[in-house]
Write a protein that binds this ligand. Structure first.
Ligand code: FMN
Length: 472
């Protein structure tokens, strides 16, 4: 059964022991970030819970984070599947999307604030990298825009700086779906309607941070992922529709052809991302449920919710593309969390032709041009998620001169701090072009036998393990 809304999912996390409620009063301007950071750094990933700050100083709205991806098991609870089924679920959702349906009304509009009343500072927006960020930021907005030519909707998560009660800064990186819509309108001299949706059924948040085909409505992909169409309501002040059971929606207009300073912002690379000339949004309306819940994604230094949710979704869609669209013999792919689920890609293949490792690299880079600055292809006996196995393959299946190559002139992760000095602004072209290293760590000839005891001996010992005096 799909979750009707964020509240139902939070109740499920609570029932599974995966929600930690913080009753002590916390200051949104420093304490939420500090508590969350220590929780993410000190609690091992499998046990890491979502956090609910129930008592935010000066506000009666609680803040939740980690709800979509404090850990992989939370991500799987959101998708209602096992980790091994994630790729198939995503693949099915892109092949057989379920379009959303329009409802007459929904709880997200139980409270409506227009004009002067639409004040976003009445919501508890946390400050994330205190002393470095210029102020509070929305990190878990699912930002809805429409293609002005085709009407196809895009939903993407982009950072939003709170600049005033009714003014926001919006950073949409190049090559993103939402940017294409704003730029098309800019070229025609028109402003762009947007809706920033916060606190949805968890599937919508997961789709919002993942790349789906450009001509596909992300809410239709969400429909198939949850097994039921997403219900929408019309916005109050802009020509867009938003999920009917969301907690909070900020409606607004992106000013045509106007950019302003935004950032710097503590980014998923673990470093400050540079300031940028970014879009400016005028808020036209705020709607929310009764007793709303404010959702945030924890980003900044990995491990973070941001790299967990981006990584799993990106891996699923990339694997589908390589295996199903291109029919390459790829078994698994992994974007390492400490690379921000961006810089370091490992793919395993069942090689039948010596050109396949490079074919897989080129295909991955064509699908996601910014990712895989380091791309390693291993044989399918290597578990791409086990760093020891990958490093073993790198150590003994690679001859650097013949098995590595560098591709120049490729798309960069513009937030990568090795790309340019901290003083170089986000929009500078030196942040856009990079290079990639491809490493073929598959075996290129017959290898000697593995230096291990025979399999049957290991099996016998495993069965009798406790008899050797070991606990487990
Ligand atoms: C917490 C978080 C914050 C993000 N912030 C931004 C951002 O500020 N700008 C951006 O372009 N992408 C950002 N992303 C990445 C996009 O959400 C992601 O690339 C997504 O696929 C974009 O949607 P689109 O493909 O529909 O444009 C963020 C992702 C996460 C998880």
């Amino acid at each position: 059964m799909p979750y009707a809304d964020l509240r139902e999912f939070i109740a499920r996390l609570d029932a599974c022991g995966k929600l930690h409620r913080i009753k002590r009063e916390v200051d949104k301007d420093w304490e939420i970030a500090a508590v969350s950071r220590i929780a993410f750094q000190s609690i091992p990933e499998p046990k890491r819970p979502a956090l609910m700050f129930e008592n935010v100083k000066g506000f009666d709205t609680p803040v939740v984070l980690g709800v979509n991806g404090a850990s992989r098991s939370i991500y799987c609870l959101a998708l209602e599947c096992e980790l091994g089924e994630v790729q198939q679920k995503w693949s099915d959702a892109e092949l057989r999307p379920i379009p959303p349906v329009l409802a007459n009304k929904g709880p997200v509009q139980e409270n409506i604030f227009k004009g002067e009343q639409a004040d976003v500072t009445r919501l508890p927006m946390p400050v994330w990298t205190v002393g470095e960020d210029p102020g509070p930021y929305i990190t878990a907005g699912c930002i809805v825009t429409k293609d002005p030519d085709t009407g196809v909707r895009n939903v993407g998560t982009y950072r939003v700086q709170i600049k005033g009660p009714r003014k926001l800064g919006l950073f949409i990186n190049y090559l993103q779906g939402g940017r294409e819509h704003v730029e098309k309108n800019n070229r025609a001299g028109r402003s762009t309607p947007i809706a920033i949706v916060m606190g949805t059924d968890p599937v919508i948040g997961l789709v919002s941070v993942s790349r789906v085909q450009a001509d596909m409505d992300e809410l239709a992909v969400a429909g198939r992922l949850r097994g039921e169409a997403v219900q929408l309501v019309r916005c109050q002040s802009v020509d867009l529709e938003v999920p009917a059971t969301a907690e909070i929606v900020i409606e607004g207009i992106v000013r045509a052809n106007q950019l302003e300073d935004e950032g710097p912002f503590g980014e998923y690379t673990g470093y400050m991302g540079p300031a940028s000339m970014s879009y400016v949004v005028d808020v036209t309306c705020v709607t929310h449920r009764n007793r709303p819940i404010m959702q945030a994604f924890l980003s900044q230094m990995p491990p973070s919710e941001s790299s967990c949710i981006r990584g799993i979704g990106r891996e699923a869609t990339l694997l589908k593309h390589l295996k199903e669209d291109l029919r390459l013999p790829v078994r698994d792919v992994h974007l390492l969390e400490h690379s921000g689920a961006a810089a370091y890609l490992v793919a395993s293949i069942r090689k039948t032709h010596p050109a396949q490792p490079r074919t897989v690299m080129f295909a991955a880079w064509a699908y996601a041009p910014q990712f895989g600055k380091f791309t390693v292809v291993v044989d399918d006996d290597i578990d791409v998620r086990d760093p020891d196995e990958v490093n073993w393959a790198l150590s003994f299946r690679v001859q650097p001169e013949s098995d590595t190559f560098i591709m120049s002139g490729t798309a960069a992760v513009s937030l990568d701090p090795s790309q340019a000095a901290a003083s170089v602004r986000q929009e500078e072209s030196t942040r856009r072009l990079s290079s990639k290293i491809g490493i073929d760590a598959t075996r290129k000839h017959k290898f000697p036998s593995l230096a291990l005891p025979p399999g049957e001996h290991l099996e016998r010992v495993r069965k009798d393990w406790k008899k050797y005096g070991f606990e487990d």
